[in-house]
Write a protein that binds this ligand. Structure first.
Ligand code: AMP
Ligand code: GLY
Length: 433
């Protein structure tokens, strides 16, 4: 079968790499891809948001399965275009992807279906935002309604934080139309987990759990980014919590979406805050997480193509999934200036050396080839994943590999997985699901 993957980040590199291990994948294409992806797939210079051209390409080349990595094409309706033409594609339709495309929609949906989440109000103007904040007090969290690549959420502890967030979103309109409305929600205390399932709309197969590190700096300081690192399994989700998330969050979400005429197919990512009162939904994403994919997919032992194909053919019922019991940790190497204004063009050294390391996977994100060199071409440049029997070993492996990669201005967090390690040391359950 010919397979087309859409996107060009670390998540798509992990998807293409895993797909390339399937005996069902005869030829793999990626639009537009990156130099790491080019090792396993033919990269085609098509924009991920041009649904018509991508569908034309899939039709001409008789692609048997298309897999969409990022949220933007999904929220723009790429799946609808492919399905209209009878092309098999993995991912939610536009209406279902609105769960990620609009935080206002997601919060209203959560409320309507009584799915546990933080209380909230919606602001349509800077004055309204300030009034809501005066009423609810601080800390509070202000979220841009539309897509913002993980950068549209402001956790406000002080009046100054809140003023700056309202100013950036609603006065300076830093996020354009995405910031016309903002969700102002209750600040929740707890630890976070990324809970991702693969669903055909009725049945949900949970993937292994993971935890992401969203802030730029160590100890969860600094602005939110797309994600600076991740590890799997999440060490903070007990089996009871896992069951409760499936029962009280995932199932009602799927049932609710079907009732709304928005039946869901694809990866459904639920961002959770595990509070003393139980799990609360922070957000939905309509895709695999990035960098969560870079720790989840290396643990997948089953054939990814079989899984994706079964969802795209509405037959998930028969699919089975097996996982490597080892832990995985991914450290993101970012360019100087990320997330505000990443600097580009610097050559990357040490790649060949780390690619040969055992239990290490290097996933390309913001890279490109220039004059026979791989150079920095985006904010999150590489994701370096290490595997190990225990979380501690996977962390060590990942950082051993990171130590061999260099580019000017490279920065990364040195504490990926460490808080989990400390929290779990006394429980001796590290590395178990
Ligand atoms: P989101 O994109 O909505 O998941 O928000 C990005 C990050 O902001 C989350 O991963 C949390 O670290 C933080 N965050 C979002 N909502 C809340 C909340 N209600 N309370 C505390 N932190 C939050
Ligand atoms: N790593 C968070 C996300 O993919 O949204």
């Amino acid at each position: 079968m010919r397979i087309l993957v859409i996107g060009s980040g670390g998540r798509e590199h992990a998807l293409v790499w895993k797909i390339s291990q399937s005996p069902l994948a005869d030829e793999i294409y990626c639009a537009p891809g990156n130099p790491g992806i080019a090792e396993h797939a033919e990269c085609v210079a098509l924009d991920p948001t041009s649904s018509i051209e991508l569908a034309d390409f899939a039709q001409e080349l008789r692609v048997g399965l298309t897999v969409v990595g990022p949220e933007l094409p999904l929220t723009m309706g790429i799946v609808d275009e492919f399905l209209k033409r009878g092309l098999r594609i993995f991912g939610p339709r536009k209406l279902a992807a609105e769960l990620e495309g609009s935080k206002v929609y997601a919060k209203e949906f959560l409320q309507k279906y009584d799915i546990p989440t933080a209380s909230f109000e919606v602001a349509h103007s800077p004055d309204e935002a300030r009034q809501i904040l005066d009423r609810t007090g601080l800390p509070a969290v202000i979220k841009v309604d539309g897509l913002a690549a993980g950068k549209g959420v402001f956790v406000c502890l002080t009046p100054d934080d809140a003023d700056k967030a309202v100013e950036a979103i609603m006065v300076k309109k830093k996020f354009g139309g995405a910031g016309e409305r903002a969700v102002i929600e209750q600040f929740l205390e707890g630890t976070e987990a990324s809970f991702i399932v693969i669903s055909d709309g009725r049945r949900a197969l949970p993937l292994v759990t993971s935890q992401d590190h969203k802030t730029l700096l160590e100890e969860d300081k600094g602005p939110n980014t797309g994600g600076m690192g991740a590890f799997s399994p999440a060490t903070n989700l007990s089996q009871d919590m896992f069951r409760s998330v499936m029962q009280d969050v995932v199932q009602p979400t799927l049932v609710g979406l079907e009732k709304e005429g928005r039946r869901y197919a694809g990866f459904l990512y639920v961002g959770l805050m595990l509070t003393p009162d139980g799990p609360r939904v922070l957000e939905y994403n309509c895709r695999l997480g990035d960098p969560e994919a870079q720790v989840i997919l290396p643990r997948l032992q089953s054939d990814l193509v079989v899984l994706l194909h079964s969802v795209a053919s509405k037959e998930l019922g028969r699919a089975k999934v097996e996982w490597d019991t080892r832990a995985a940790t991914c450290v993101v190497l970012a360019a100087e200036g990320y997330p505000e204004a990443p600097k580009k063009g610097m050559p990357i050294e040490g790649l060949e050396e780390v690619e040969d390391m055992e239990d290490v996977f290097v996933f390309h994100a913001g890279t490109k080839r220039e004059d026979d060199q791989t150079v920095v071409a985006g904010g999150r440049v590489l994701g370096v994943t290490g595997m190990g029997e225990k979380l501690s070993q996977s962390i060590r492996r990942a950082y051993e590999a990171v130590g061999r990669v260099r580019f000017e201005g490279m920065h990364f967090r040195r504490d990926i997985g460490l808080a989990a390690l400390k929290g779990r040391a006394s429980q001796d359950k590290e590395g178990k699901e």
